[in-house]
Design a protein around this ligand. Sequence first.
Ligand SMILES: [Zn+2]
Length: 148
Amino acid sequence: MANKKRAGVWSFLNSRCPRCGKGKVFSGSMFNLQTFANTLGECPKCKLSYEPETGFFFGAMYWSYALIVGSIIIGSITMSLLGMFDYAVYAIPLFIIFLLPLLFRHSRLLMLYIVYPLMYHDLFYGTKRDKNNLEEESENDEEIEEVK
Ligand SMILES: [Zn+2]
């Protein structure tokens, strides 16, 4: 069952599941400030758990930082090329505030698309056992020890 196929760039840009590329990752609309951050627990299509462990998405802060610094650099270069660098101090923060829902979502998606397959390889590709099986096996191990 070692299917190493993964979703591509198009699925990433469309906020789709990193494994099947079909199921949604977020339940709310990106343009609704109250629901843009609502992340589903698992893929509605292939049942991939989006949070393999508690606090998995804390790592998205680092991706968010990288995306914001990248936006500042690209914004500065663009404003400089347009000859409007004097306004960059106002324009770039406004631009970033406007893009925050997008940056927030894509920092989470970067966790799912890059960190998830690397750290939870077996869970992501379904090659070994999933979290529920792990818990069952550990319970079985305790029972075996009790018998001895
Ligand atoms: Zn999926």
